[in-house]
Ligand binder design. Structure first.
Ligand SMILES: *[C@@H]1O[C@H](CO)[C@@H](O)[C@H](O)[C@H]1NC(C)=O
Ligand SMILES: *[C@@H]1O[C@H](CO)[C@@H](O)[C@H](O)[C@H]1NC(C)=O
Ligand SMILES: *[C@@H]1O[C@H](CO)[C@@H](O)[C@H](O)[C@H]1NC(C)=O
Ligand SMILES: *[C@@H]1O[C@H](CO)[C@@H](O)[C@H](O)[C@H]1NC(C)=O
Length: 379
């Protein structure tokens, strides 16, 4: 009798043990599939292509269902990004100057543009007062402008206005935003080739968990803009034509930033749309299509509210050589940890100098820059 007890007991256990084992296996598979959702076609092949779609539909993302407006917006954006260009010859780079008034480096830019007629166009948005221009490349290049308030949506509006005017010329293929304190660091040909043959737009974009990053996010931007997608970056972009067009096409995400990302404490947050709208927008809709760093060099190392302004005595050959030979870009978070991330500047996958332009130069640096231009741009 006792001998019979053992096997009978085991037989009773056998069924539940197998069920538990099976359930465990299924769980492990589900956890594995959650952590490593099938991305490539070979993984999909295992489940057949239809099964793959269904399977990836089970797991996040998407964590939520998109609204009708979001679906419509994404469809339009996808089509615009993949559209073929209208023209393929006589391609130009559009230089968009966003300035309150005078352009102290007009003569330096004149030197930069000389001899390259037909490969560029200039647009000036002077938000405070119209100026007399000295360079033939700048005369009659002012567009209709409106007031620009620092950190307000009017800054983004001015950028969009410049893009819209420049997009009217179908030969313009790449669009560069510049300020009155920006200077060129390279020869025209270097800049033209760098921009015309790149496969991304140079939009600065990083995730900053600190008060000057995610601390500016407001939940009123939900559901379209989630905190996990909120990004920060310098406003000084260069955009491929498709990307300039999708900025024109957007009102959904733009209106979220216009309404809920403002300076002042109206929403309990001090937010600046010009530093968040485009980085967040491109991060959400075409993350692989942007470089994640800006081509315009600036020095924040003093840790002040504004970046370092260069004076005449700062501008030496050695200094210009230093900034033109930088090969890594870096970002620092604004929280207490001050996490620094450094990445090589890759141009179509290859290491290249990071910067084509630099700011902020005081007008007093003009004569040094004019004197050194031929030298530092030939480095
Ligand atoms: C920029 O960052 C995103 C992630 O936010 C990444 O998917 C993309 O590949 C990066 N761009 C480049 C050119 O490395
Ligand atoms: C140039 O870079 C070197 C090495 O980083 C540094 O020692 C030097 O002070 C820099 N010079 C200028 C003028 O910025
Ligand atoms: C750009 O080119 C690099 C190198 O060929 C490639 O790895 C990357 O995926 C390309 N990016 C886009 C958006 O085509
Ligand atoms: C510019 O380059 C030339 C030739 O390399 C050199 O002789 C000259 O001293 C340089 N000028 C300055 C200001 O560095």
């Amino acid at each position: 009798m006792p001998r019979m007890h053992g096997p009978r007991h085991r037989a009773q256990l056998r069924k539940p043990t197998w069920i538990i084992l099976l359930v465990c296996l299924i769980f492990m598979f589900l956890i594995f599939a959650y952590i490593y959702p099938p991305k490539n076609s070979s993984a999909c092949y295992l489940f057949s292509s239809g099964g793959c779609k269904a399977l990836s539909g089970w797991f996040p993302p998407p964590a939520r269902e998109l609204t009708d407006k979001e679906i419509a917006s994404r469809v339009v954006i996808r089509e615009l990004i993949n559209a073929s260009p209208l023209v393929t010859t006589s391609l130009k780079v559009a230089f968009l100057f966003l300035t309150p008034g005078a352009l102290p480096f007009e003569m330096l830019w004149d030197k930069f543009f000389q001899g390259h007629e037909g490969k560029f166009s200039v647009y000036v948005h002077a938000s405070e007062d119209k100026q007399l221009h000295f360079s033939r490349y700048f005369i009659n290049r002012e567009i209709r402008s409106d007031k620009v308030l620092w950190g307000r949506i009017s800054m983004v509006d001015a950028e969009k206005r410049l893009l819209a005017y420049a997009l009217k010329d179908t030969h313009n293929q790449h669009f560069v935003l510049l300020s009155d304190s920006c200077i060129p660091l390279r020869s025209f040909d270097f800049v033209y080739n760098y921009l015309m043959y790149t496969n991304v737009s140079f939009v600065d974009c990083f995730e900053d968990p600190g008060p000057h990053g995610n601390g500016r996010y407001s939940e009123r931007m939900l559901p379209e803009v989630e905190k996990k997608d909120f990004r920060k970056g310098s406003q000084w972009f260069t955009l491929k034509r498709q990307h300039a067009i999708i900025i024109m096409a957007d009102s959904l995400y733009y209106s979220k930033f216009r309404d809920y990302c403002q300076p002042g404490m109206k929403f309990g947050r001090n937010c600046y749309s010009d530093e968040h709208y485009m980085p967040t927008y491109f991060h959400m809709l075409d993350p692989a299509g942007i470089s994640n760093w800006s081509l315009t060099h600036v020095d924040w190392s003093e840790g002040k509210w504004h970046p370092k302004s260069y004076k005449a005595q700062d501008v030496t050959y050695e200094f210009m050589k230093n900034i033109t030979s930088i090969m890594n870009n870096f970002h620092v978070t604004s929280d207490k940890k001050k996490v620094v991330s450094i990445s090589p500047c890759l141009w179509n996958g290859d290491p290249r100098p990071c910067y084509l332009f630099a700011r902020k130069f005081l007008p007093q640096t003009l004569s040094n820059l004019m004197f050194l231009f031929g030298n530092y741009t030939s480095i």
